[in-house]
Design a protein around this ligand. Structure first.
Ligand SMILES: [Zn+2]
Length: 321
């Protein structure tokens, strides 16, 4: 008898293991919108672009929220349980929601948008980070096209009656992402090669650097939880001075004094460097503004970086002129 139970249990695990929807997540959606709950606000936007009127998206994390440190509130848990589909970043981006998301996956369609990215296309995390891979894939638009396709496929699987609409929206959106990718390429290519160094306050931009040909020097660990050391600051200041990099970039979540110490150290080495402005890293901007979308967020970053690193006399020769 015990053996029979064991066999049944194994069969059940195999059954639930090979289908992404289970238990309560199986009823047809019908005419109502698909209820989707997401984590970061750029995932929220991407789902809205692909789902259109067929989805009702609730995003848990607004502008300026750090997904590495975010803990779900009781209201968030309810919103997740009420969802037909849950999308999150994965690769341990939502470090403190891992157990919860795993638990929800047993009964609901729960999908990491990075699931279908081939592992060989992922980067290793910064030294000392807890993740197995660098989770900041959204800064490589080619990888975000894959994430967008995963979103469309998952919606179509859960709501097959409207699969053609998700596919049409996806194709339109992928064309916009191609345009975005080309725009960023052109803006980065206009930066003099010696200035192609992005100095910023958390290691969110490694994928950006790899895709668009910019060296990246982070002065903090990959997770915003890690603090910059004096040795980090000295190392980056030396790099700024030796390459004549005119600007460094900040994030709102990082202590001002870290950047100030960096600029002081670079200046002492003979560099002339200013703060180029605040980049969007782990969250898009305010809803209703261009920067509140994934595309707007990446464009704003590309413009800020290019404007900060291209000497004034070359600006009129940029692609926008
Ligand atoms: Zn991050």
């Amino acid at each position: 008898m015990r053996r029979l139970f064991a066999a049944l249990a194994v069969g059940l695990v195999a059954l639930t293991g090979c289908t992404s929807t289970a238990a309560s997540g199986d009823e047809p959606i019908g005419d109502r919108p698909v209820r989707v709950t997401t984590t970061t606000n750029f995932i929220t936007d991407t789902v809205a672009q692909i789902g259109g009127d067929n989805v009702e998206v609730t995003g848990l994390m607004g502008p300026g929220v750090d997904p590495h440190l975010y803990r779900a509130s009781a209201g968030d848990v309810q919103s997740l349980r009420d969802a037909d589909v849950i999308f999150y970043g994965g690769l341990q981006l939502e470090g403190r929601m891992g157990d919860l998301l795993e638990e929800l996956a047993a009964t609901q369609t729960t999908k990491a948008v990075t699931d279908d990215i081939p592992r060989e296309n992922l980067l290793a995390p910064a030294p000392g980070a807890k993740e197995q891979y660098d989770p900041h894939v959204w800064f490589d638009v080619a990888l975000w096209k894959q994430a967008s396709t995963t979103i469309a496929d998952t919606l179509a699987e859960r709501d097959p009656a409207r699969a053609a609409e998700y596919q049409a929206n996806l194709e339109r959106y992928l064309a916009e992402l191609d345009e975005l990718d080309a725009y960023i390429m052109a803006r980065m290519a206009a930066i003099p090669p010696e200035h192609r160094l992005l100095v910023t306050s958390h290691d969110a931009f490694e994928y950006f650097g790899r895709r668009y040909g910019i060296d990246v020097a982070g002065i903090q660990g990959i997770s915003t939880a890690a603090e910059a050391t004096t040795a980090d600051i000295e190392r980056v200041a030396a790099l700024i001075a030796s390459r004549g990099v005119p600007a460094v970039f900040v994030e709102s979540s990082v202590p001002r004094q870290t950047i100030e110490a960096l600029i002081a150290s670079a200046t002492a080495r003979g560099a002339t460097v200013t703060v180029g402005g605040e980049l969007y890293a782990d969250a898009a901007g305010d809803p209703g503004t261009p920067e509140g979308t994934y595309i707007g967020m990446l464009r704003a970053n590309a413009d800020l970086i290019a404007d900060g690193l291209i000497p004034d006399e070359l600006i009129t020769d940029g692609p926008g002129a």
